[in-house]
Design a protein around this ligand. Structure first.
Ligand SMILES: [Ca+2]
Length: 584
């Protein structure tokens, strides 16, 4: 009897050890994954309704799959958004809320989406910008890829001196139309595409393993430079400008961001962080049209590369066994609210394209708000019928099938002005909450409305341009209360889930800032910090100076003699440092 029990136990143990291995090596015609990331691509695509933009290849992909019109990133900046998408977790959970923290420094045991597929026998490879390189090791998160990452490209020698440094003729301009005769392969995205085509051919020739190929195109990220022929698709004079170019009425001023193209020599500095007030001016219409023209040309350039990838799938007879996903990493403002760039919680910064083509699922248009963290559990569901426990997103396969499904609002995080922010988007409204400090985060504290510092509410049914913040109006109370209930339910789910998941040792770097006291004309900031956000308040709590600073001293000579509170926030830190300054 004892022996029999031993044998059964041994068999069970054997099965426990062997079964996962068998499962891992299962080769029952699992689909390939082609994961296409497009940097800073917003929904200004033909298939999303902008009939001026020429995006025929992305449109064709959209026609063959599900196009999500309300898909939202979880943080409207490359690094945090990509880390969140590729780990299936909110930025507060990944620990990537800036552009300097390495994901495995704070989350060593994380299993990324490509790593999940690699662990189950897939060949995984990344080309171009998949993770933000500032969030991962030099191998582009080495653990994620079965094929080592490389970014060395050879540009055609006949392009001559043009191909140097930035692959452009002029230096530090926001836009550039390529010279005559320079083709797609004269720019990085053309090279990325060629690399992808070669890899696809290699994968097809070695067909015993399915592949997960992530291709990250770098345009339409600034600067807007692309081959000439894509510029020639557009008539600049007829390009439409954003109709609403002011801050929303009753919105806090810290929710806006310095326009991104202002870093280039050909774009005037209309507003800076030196003023507390927002810039009153908007860019000249010709400058706006130049930027929009450049952005559209870059979209068409990337679209052409997407077309080559899809044509290669057809040619290799892989189309019917490959799930194709195309997405932006966040949206992009093209002048609305006098914003050019991302870094906000407004619709145009957090809404981005998401198209999923899964063979056999047909084609449809989905208006349900979804999160980018839903992509990971959707892919694991589609391929392995699995919902890994460490993920906090939703499985979207019911939406791919067209089944009516009720979801909670989509949620985007952000941080500005020293305030953590969560924005909740349902089919009609967006409610954005700004909390008292940057430490009020879903991974740290349980839900408490007492910690809300400021709120925004936009009703897209009556105000698609977000011209007026309705949050504090008495007439909004009922809808705000309803949205707060949804927010509480989402927060509580996330908080409990994050606290039930063991993610291994979490290392958080801490540094201290010495006191600066007293100060005459210049306030010194420790130089090693890199870029810091600095805000100075008087003792009545009025903001008197705000600056985004890359040097180690800030001019405070214009401030009156007296005592001030200084808040310093820098990329490495999730916390804000505060100290007193006495101006003498
Ligand atoms: Ca980006």
């Amino acid at each position: 009897m004892k022996n029999r029990l031993k044998k059964i136990l041994a068999l069970l143990l054997f099965l426990l050890i062997i079964l996962p291995v068998i499962n891992v090596n299962a080769q029952d015609n699992q689909p390939n994954i082609l994961f296409i990331f497009v940097d800073d691509l917003n929904t200004e695509l033909n298939c999303y309704g902008n009939k001026t933009v020429q995006s025929p290849n992305i449109d064709k992909l959209a026609e063959s799959g599900t196009i999500f019109t309300r898909a939202y990133c979880q943080w409207s900046v490359c690094g945090p958004s990509r880390a969140s998408i590729l780990s299936g977790q909110m930025p507060s959970q990944t620990g990537i809320r800036n552009l300097t923290t390495l994901i495995r420094d704070v989350n060593p045991n994380i299993v990324t989406l490509p790593q999940y597929f690699k662990n189950r026998g897939y060949t995984t490879a990344a080309i171009g910008k998949v993770f933000d390189p500032r969030s991962v090791d030099s191998g582009h998160d080495t653990k994620s890829w079965s094929i080592p990452y490389s970014i060395k490209y050879k540009y055609p020698s006949e392009y001559g001196s043009f191909v140097k440094g930035q692959y452009r003729v002029t230096y530090n301009t926001a836009t550039e139309m390529g010279p005559e005769g320079v083709g797609d392969d004269g720019y990085i995205d053309g090279q990325i595409c060629l690399d992808a085509l070669t890899k696809m051919e290699n994968f097809a020739g070695n067909s015993e393993k399915p592949f997960f190929l992530a291709v990250g195109f770098k345009k339409p990220h600034v600067p807007f430079i692309s081959p000439r022929k894509y510029w020639e698709l557009y008539n600049r004079d007829s390009l439409k400008l954003e109709p609403f170019q002011k801050p929303a009425a009753n919105s806090p001023d810290f929710v806006y961001f310095k326009p991104e193209p202002a870093q280039y020599d050909d774009i005037p500095e209309l507003w800076t962080y030196d003023d507390v007030e927002l810039g009153d001016d908007i860019l000249e219409p010709e400058t706006q049209r130049k930027l929009i023209h450049g952005y559209y040309a870059c979209i068409s350039y990337v679209d052409a590369q997407v077309g080559k990838l899809l044509a290669k799938l057809e040619e290799l007879n892989l189309r019917e066994n490959t799930i194709v996903i195309l997405l932006g990493d966040h949206g992009y403002h093209l002048g609305d609210h006098n914003q050019w760039g991302k870094h906000t919680q407004f619709e145009n910064a957090v809404n981005a394209p998401l198209i999923i083509h899964s063979p056999g699922f047909g084609s449809r248009r989905c208006t349900t708000p979804v999160d980018f963290i839903d992509i990971y559990p959707t892919l694991t569901q589609l391929v392995f019928d699995d919902q890994p426990d460490h993920l906090t997103g939703k499985n979207l396969t019911p939406l791919l099938k067209g089944d009516p499904t009720e979801f909670q609002p989509a949620v985007s995080e952000y941080r500005a002005g020293g305030h953590a922010s969560y924005s909740f988007r349902n089919e009609r409204y967006r409610m954005t909450l700004w909390f008292k400090t940057s430490n009020i985060r879903v991974d740290k504290v349980s839900w408490n409305t007492q910690t809300v510092f400021a709120g925004e509410l936009y009703d897209y049914q009556t105000d698609s341009q977000e011209t007026e913040n309705l949050y504090n109006l008495p007439s909004s109370k009922q809808i705000v209360d309803e949205l707060l209930k949804d927010a509480e339910s989402w927060w509580t789910y996330q908080y409990n889930k994050i606290h039930s998941i063991s993610t291994g040792a979490v290392i958080r770097k801490k540094e201290s800032v010495p006191f600066q006291n007293p100060v005459t004309d210049y306030l010194k900031i420790p130089g090693h910090l890199g870029e810091v956000g600095l805000r100075i308040y008087d003792l009545r709590g009025n903001l008197v100076l705000q600056k985004q600073n890359q040097s180690n001293s800030v001019y405070v000579g214009n401030l009156k003699t007296g005592q001030y509170l200084v808040l310093l926030e820098w990329e490495k830190m999730d916390e804000v440092f505060d100290f007193k300054m006495v101006k003498i």
